[in-house]
Design a protein around this ligand. Structure first.
Ligand code: ADP
Ligand code: MG
Ligand code: MG
Length: 908
């Protein structure tokens, strides 16, 4: 079959449009080629040309830089066709055609690949250019620029050789600036440049450049063209382009297109100019023309920052450029109404005439994205749905957390993982106690730890930011920090922390930080800086609220499919209130283990460690008292809204002292002659509780089966709180969730106990209590027997962190720090399954939802793992697994509302 490898764009000799491509052909023509075609098709002034497809590049590189059969003939035909359309020939001695050779991949890769301008010049055609323009300085300058670019881009000749030659020419001519060099100077430079070329290029490697036994700068325009195209193809695989693709997740097998386009000149005097612009302000979204131009300059000069540019708004007022400036404003309007989006463009004005050289939908900040979407909706350019679809949920994160001021300058001290977004500045502290103490004195602190554990919670709450030298993006520090919305940088390996000495050495530098020294961390980038970086704070702005209210209309609309609800994971009233402000509808997961920490740790320790029945009973009563208070507060905050409360879940030893620390303590006291028998007994109990694999040990529902006092106490607290609030006129709606169920009987037996307690409490208070009981589905076996379990559950909530761990058999902390990075690098895994839900794990969720709904149509289904805050996962949970809600940490709620609306739109 004959595939088309070359596509024409622009007009023919009669001014008729002969464009073959369009903006939908991004993968064939690359972004630049597709949009040049699109602009030509809608009648904008585009210098004519043709595009060689990305697939040709792939074939060419794939064959080891060998041209696929027939392509060179097609290119020669396209060249002849272009010459006919323009009525000019490349290399012509009277009226030469000049072209640019431009790269352009399906994804924008700014500055990564190469472009050659003014191609087609040689000793004859430069005379033709002089004759046509009457401007010999311009002609010689164009020629020397061409030799320079061609040598650099196509043959890799050292660019300094040319710059040095220009510098010495200026000395000889006694001038300061390039623009003071005369036509004669430039003409001499051309000869020198050709000499540099001949001396630098290896004859054996380039036999096609050898004439009469020596390398010569190629004068044949067809040869120039072929070599330039080869160089652009080759630049797809150059080192910086490969690195850029890797960093930006762009596949290597797309290839780049090559655009061969008639040159227009912005450097033909004061009625010529060149510039770059956005149709709106990409920083804040203001509807204004935004950009810069330079009079009498060629494209690259604007970006290179060699001369001071002028603001685009002044273009219309420049003598000789008024008309072109007005045309440009009209083009802005045409582009916006055609693309229905903000565009960025490159243009050149040649002797008063405007030419469009590039356009694409422009990149923008989160603030600008919101403003532009809302403005375009009210301008009637796009619908509300489109406005909602356009906002990148990931970008919202930027808006909800403080950030480093973009204009701040700083040196990076170290880098770690970007574990929880937002920036923080504070004094270094090395322990939770110090964090609490210093912040109580009014200081801002950053907690710096090897890693954190549940005991550090109070310090983490007190800190502005958290830094750990170990652990990955789902380490304790990362998970908790994200939940609290506290900035966190994890795994800063160069930090050599000596917590006892309260100092940290930074490997690879002389810096030593002591307690009280100020550092800044950016949890969105993982950057750590010594000293204070100025921060800018963000908030739920009017624009964000508008977009989110549109998102809510869409996701909650039941006229077309199930509503997509968003709940929050919150364990305390402050988080719950914040989440309500952020638009959460209910609590999807209230963990109760946090309620056992701090001062209460000793109570639960007496329960676990004591052999004395009475002491255990006292401890349970005490816990009942404090938990009831917690639940009263939470349920009051959430009055009228559901609140799923998970029974105690983690392995018990997390509540116990570290046995190693205890051993040290015993040794110390023993040396001091103290009686340590009680401590020894305690240590023995702790040792008994120790498990070799706690993640798969005595936790979740297993605790409720083994120590029934605990769930009895918790359910009593939940039900008592509800009963009291009801009597006070509130509308408490707690739901009890049993974690880590694998076996149906676990559910049946626990439910019996739970319902008995609820009934008792209801009778004691004389109120009706309707408290649903559901299970947390987080083990593969539970998914397989979901139909059975569904007979005994009012809802399923998927704990996708544990489900991912157990489906893969990965221990999360180890996997993330030890081998997932290698798996990603070697492409064993495409993405980290703890960040974005894996398709097989999703299949388990879907299976359980299908089985559950078939068995028990009244059930509801939610997701409360960390994936519930990941936009890509959210779309899959709703659209593939068909759940009713996702639940995520408070700061992710706005992101989830937007992603849920986008899921609904995608499903339409
Ligand atoms: P990049 O992808 O790096 O932006 P381009 O292909 O856009 O590279 O080219 C670089 C510069 O050369 C741009 O500023 C553009 O305006 C200018 N340029 C490219 N082709 C032409 C042309 N046919 N006429 C005039 N200027 C051109
Ligand atoms: Mg460009
Ligand atoms: Mg779990």
């Amino acid at each position: 079959m004959n595939v088309q490898r070359v596509y024409r764009f622009g007009t023919d000799e009669h001014g008729a449009d002969v464009t073959e491509g369009s903006s939908s052909m991004n993968y064939i023509l690359g972004g630049k080629g597709a949009n040049l075609a699109e602009m030509a098709r809608i009648g904008l002034p585009v210098p004519p040309g043709f595009t060689i497809t990305c697939q040709t590049c792939v074939e060419y590189s794939g064959a080891g830089n060998v041209w696929p059969e027939g392509v060179l003939d097609e290119i020669a035909a396209a060249q002849a066709d272009l010459e006919r359309r323009m009525g000019k020939r490349l290399g012509d001695a009277d009226d030469p055609l000049l072209v640019s050779v431009r790269s352009g991949a399906p994804f924008s890769m700014p500055g990564m690949m190469d472009t050659v301008l003014n191609l087609g010049l040689n000793d004859e055609s430069v005379q033709g250019l002089i004759a046509q323009t009457g401007n010999d300085r311009f002609a010689w300058d164009s020629y020397r620029r061409f030799i320079q670019m061609f040598s650099d881009v196509v043959l890799g000749v050292d660019a300094d050789l040319f710059e040095n030659a220009i510098a010495s020419k200026k000395v000889v001519a006694g001038v300061r600036s390039d623009s003071d060099l005369t036509a004669a100077d430039l003409r001499e430079l051309v000869e020198e440049f050709k000499g540099i070329f001949a001396d630098s290029v290896d004859a054996e490697a380039h036999p096609e450049l050898v004439v009469d036994g020596a390398v010569r700068f190629p004068s044949d325009p067809s040869l120039q063209l072929r070599l330039a195209i080869q160089a652009v193809f080759g630049s797809w695989m150059n080192e910086r382009a490969c690195l850029y693709r890797k960093q930006n997740g762009i596949p290597d097998d797309l290839g780049t297109a090559v655009n061969v386009q008639v040159m227009v000149f912005g450097n033909k005097g004061d009625t010529s100019a060149t510039g770059v612009a956005f149709t709106r302000n990409p920083a804040d979204g203001t509807h204004e023309f935004y950009g810069d131009f330079l009079v009498n300059a060629q494209g690259e000069d604007v970006v290179a920052g060699i001369r001071n540019t002028e603001p685009i708004a002044d273009l219309k007022t420049k003598p000789g450029l008024e008309e072109a400036g007005a045309s440009l404003e009209r083009v802005f309007g045409v582009l916006e109404s055609h693309y229905r989006d903000m565009c960025d463009i490159e243009f050149t004005i040649e002797q008063g005439r405007l030419w469009m050289l590039q356009t694409r939908v422009g990149k923008r900040t989160a603030t600008a994205a919101l403003k532009i979407a809302i403005d375009m909706e009210s301008e009637g350019l796009i619908s509300r749905e489109e406005a909602v679809r356009r906002i990148d949920p990931k970008q919202l994160d930027q808006l909800l957390h403080p950030q480093f001021d973009a204009s701040a300058e700083y040196d990076v001290l170290a880098r770690g993982l970007n574990a929880s977004p937002g920036a923080a500045v504070g004094e270094v502290v090395f322990s939770s106690d110090d964090a609490v103490a210093r912040s109580a004195e009014g200081h801002k602190v950053v907690l710096v730890r090897w890693e954190t554990n549940p005991d550090d919670l109070k310090g983490m709450v007190a800190a502005e930011g958290i830094l750990t030298s170990h652990g990955g993006k789902t380490s304790h520090a990362a998970v908790i920090a994200r939940g609290m919305g506290t900035p966190c940088v994890c795994g800063v390996e160069s930090f050599r922390i000596d917590a006892a000495a309260k100092e940290v050495r930074i490997e690879g530098s002389d810096v030593v930080l002591h307690e009280g020294d100020v550092i800044s961390i950016d949890g969105a980038t993982g950057i750590v800086v010594a000293g204070a970086v100025p921060l800018v704070t963000a908030e739920l702005t009017g624009a964000l609220e508008t977009i989110l209210s549109w998102a809510d209309e869409i996701r909650l609309d039941e006229s077309c499919g199930r509503a997509r609800h968003v709940r929050v994971n919150a364990d305390n009233p402050a988080d719950a209130e914040l989440a309500l402000e952020f638009g959460a509808e209910a609590i999807g997961l209230c963990r109760t283990e946090h309620m056992f920490l701090g001062e209460r740790k000793s109570i639960i320790q007496s329960f676990i460690l004591s052999d004395d029945v009475e002491e255990r009973e006292r401890a349970v009563q005490e816990l009942l008292r404090v938990q009831t208070e917690d639940f009263v507060e939470m349920q009051r905050t959430m009055s009228g809204r559901s609140m799923v409360i998970r029974l105690i879940d983690p392995p018990l030893h997390e509540f116990l002292d570290d046995p190693r620390e205890l051993e040290v303590e015993i040794a110390r006291r023993e040396a001091a002659g103290e009686d340590v028998s009680a401590l020894r007994a305690r240590l023995a109990r702790i040792d008994v509780m120790a498990e070799s694999n706690p993640m798969l040990g005595l936790r979740g529902v297993r605790l409720s089966i083994v120590f029934p006092e605990l769930p009895l106490m918790q359910v009593r607290a939940i039900a008592t709180a509800a009963a009291r609030l009801k009597l006070e006129g509130f509308d408490p709606r707690p739901e009890v969730m049993v974690p880590l169920v694998a076996i149906t009987a676990e559910c049946v037996q626990t439910r019996e106990v739970v319902e008995r307690v609820i009934a008792e409490v209801a009778a004691e208070h004389g109120v009706a209590l309707d408290i649903p009981v559901g299970t947390m589905v987080e083990l593969p076996r539970a998914c397989i027997v979901a139909d059975e379990i569904a007979r005994h559950a009012d809802f399923f909530c998927f704990g996708t962190n544990d489900l991912t761990q157990t489906a893969f058999g990965f221990s999360r902390d180890d996997a993330e720090s030890k081998f997932i990075p290698i798996y990603l690098h070697k492409k064993v895994l495409e993405a980290n399954p703890f960040e974005t839900i894996d398709d097989a794990v999703l299949e388990l969720v879907k299976m359980a939802v299908d089985k559950g709904r078939a068995e028990n149509p009244g059930m509801h289904f939610g997701v409360c793992g960390e994936h519930g805050g990941d936009p890509a996962s959210i779309v899959k949970f709703f659209n593939v697994a068909d759940v009713d809600y996702v639940s995520c940490s408070p700061y992710r709620v706005p992101v989830a509302r937007l992603a849920a609306a986008q899921a609904k739109l995608a499903a339409k």
